[in-house]
Design a protein around this ligand. Structure first.
Ligand SMILES: *[C@@H]1O[C@H](CO)[C@@H](O)[C@H](O)[C@H]1NC(C)=O
Ligand SMILES: *[C@@H]1O[C@H](CO)[C@@H](O)[C@H](O)[C@H]1NC(C)=O
Ligand SMILES: *[C@@H]1O[C@H](CO)[C@@H](O)[C@H](O)[C@H]1NC(C)=O
Ligand SMILES: *[C@@H]1O[C@H](CO)[C@@H](O)[C@H](O)[C@H]1NC(C)=O
Length: 480
């Protein structure tokens, strides 16, 4: 009798859990970067996160307007200390102050659900030439200590690292170990993370494997099989993500930390700026990745659930393009919070568009284009160079979405990007008479001539002065 009751209750609980679980993405987070000329207002972005059931977010700073928008939502947040602040954090006094201003301040009742503090962002990247090698570990220790001393030791500090901190002497994941020049440092960091119960955070990019090596077997970058597998002792690898992840697992194991929790800090696929950066391939990548994450299968050496933060939420048109033009096109959503392709964050393979940001305010529908009647055509080259160097022409290159424009289209594209990124100011559409403003949509097949989102500066100046004066007078009246 009692047993039947328990069984019933159990079934009921499971059913409720399943119904609720349908929209719960407990192991998926998203990176929210803001290196854009016209970032969306944080409230629009937070609405978008909620509408899509995304309840973990990783930031690259601790901007208070972003955190204020996240307050009361329950969304789990990773705040961050940028690399250029690491040396400052080597003084405990400064670390303590940072934690007070950027963490503790937001932990009031109904405040922000801060779970992690990221200390630096890939500070040990080879291309940084050891710039942060001395300052990373002391900063990590100081921040964790400050968290503990303020009574928030449940919030864990860690260092998001690029997968280049480990390597494998053969192509076999089982021969993974930390990179020679940072090995001692890595052992300090890993030992500290273990002691504090903090996770190892690693960024893994199958796209870059393909981008950096023209001979890389394309299918191996995705999750659908088809590539030659790697057979490593008893384990078989059919994709580079698993192989890369298990190289880290081996490195940890080899050094006595085989059970350290690993979180994937960044993973994704860009949609423009390179012949292999297309929405079609991005969709293929995410379909496979999300299915994999939902299956809780993990990797051959680490079976089980895995936590991963997708990179990224939105396109960022001011990111450095040193790594490549694709850098500005990592968003699952466009710069304006509109979805690019169908994807199922629940990993069930339902082809549905994610829900776009609501209530986005755009600037006027006008474009700046090449005036083909202009006389001084000798100034074109210089003008286009000027416009592109101060805006974003990463969609024009070979294999990109606007590569099919004709010569005039190219010029218009450059002029328009400069005009939009300068808030459509009349002066930004001159180019010695080579440019003209039009209300005809200049977009062409597959190539968007974007209209920017109204910028924060303009939003503030749009509040009518009269209204401000009225409120002010009223307040004064009430005070007196
Ligand atoms: C931390 O907070 C201070 C004060 O609000 C702010 O100036 C600073 O930019 C914040 N740090 C980061 C990394 O966001
Ligand atoms: C690292 O060194 C290389 C070669 O000396 C140099 O080109 C590059 O600018 C340096 N990078 C940084 C971040 O200092
Ligand atoms: C347009 O610009 C792109 C990028 O600079 C270039 O590759 C392409 O050849 C140009 N097209 C024409 C028709 O000039
Ligand atoms: C311009 O046209 C493109 C392509 O048809 C479209 O996606 C975009 O929304 C249009 N822009 C405006 C402001 O109407």
């Amino acid at each position: 009798m009692a047993r039947a009751m328990v069984l019933w209750l159990w079934t009921f609980i499971m059913l409720v859990a399943m119904v609720n679980g349908a929209d719960q993405k407990d192991n998926i987070g998203v990176n929210w970067g803001n290196i854009a000329s016209h970032p969306l207002p944080p409230s629009n972005v937070v609405g978008m996160l909620k509408d899509n059931g995304l309840n973990k977010v990783k930031l690259f700073d601790a901007d208070s307007s972003t955190l204020n928008a996240l307050a009361g939502t329950g969304i789990e947040v990773m705040v961050a200390i940028p690399n250029d602040m690491l040396s400052r954090m080597n003084k405990y006094k400064h670390a303590k102050e940072w934690v007070k201003k950027n963490v503790t301040k937001h932990l009031y009742d109904g405040g922000v659900n801060i779970r992690y503090v990221a200390v630096g962002n890939e500070p040990l990247l080879t291309s940084y030439n050891d710039s942060f090698k001395q300052t990373t570990f002391p900063a990590l220790q100081n921040i964790m200590k400050a968290l503990e001393e303020s009574g928030h030791g449940d919030i864990k500090a860690s260092v998001p690292l690029n997968a280049d901190v480990y390597e494998s002497s053969s192509t076999m994941p089982s021969s993974g170990d930390f990179r020679g020049d940072v090995k001692d440092l890595m052992l300090d960091i890993v030992g500290f993370l273990k002691e504090k119960g903090a996770p190892f955070i690693v960024n893994i990019y199958p796209f870059l494997s393909l981008y950096q090596n023209p001979n890389f077997p394309e299918d191996f970058a995705f999750f659908d099989g088809g590539a030659k597998t790697i057979n490593d002792n008893s384990h078989t690898y059919s994709n580079v993500f698993d192989a890369n992840f298990d190289t880290l697992v081996s490195a940890l194991k080899k050094n006595g930390y085989g059970d350290l929790k690993i979180v994937v800090g960044e993973i994704g696929w860009p949609t423009d700026g390179h012949i292999k950066a297309t929405t079609k391939l991005a969709k293929k990548f995410y379909d496979g990745l999300l299915k994999k994450l939902a299956s809780n299968k993990g990797t051959p050496m680490r079976p089980g659930p895995m936590e991963a933060y997708l990179f990224g939420l939105l396109d960022e048109n001011m990111k450095s393009i040193d790594p490549g033009d694709f850098e500005r096109h990592w968003g699952i959503f466009r710069y304006d919070g509109q979805p690019k392709f169908p994807m199922d964050l629940n990993g069930k393979g339902n082809d549905k568009m994610p829900i776009g940001a609501k209530g986005v305010q755009y600037m006027e529908s006008k474009w700046c284009v090449f005036n083909t009647d202009a006389k001084n055509q000798d100034k074109i080259v210089g003008s286009v160079e000027y416009a592109c160097s101060r805006s974003d022409c990463t969609s024009l290159g070979y294999g990109s979405s606007c590569n099919d424009l004709d010569a005039n289209g190219n010029i218009s594209y450059a002029f328009n990007m400069y005009f939009q990124m300068n808030d459509q100011s009349v002066e930004a559409c001159q180019f010695d008479g080579l440019a003209t403003i039009t209300s005809t949509n200049a977009s062409q097949q597959g190539c968007l001539f974007p209209i920017e989102v109204v910028s924060a500066a303009i939003r503030i100046s749009m509040v009518p002065t009269e209204a401000v004066l009225l409120v002010f007078t009223l307040m004064l009246f009430l005070l007196l």
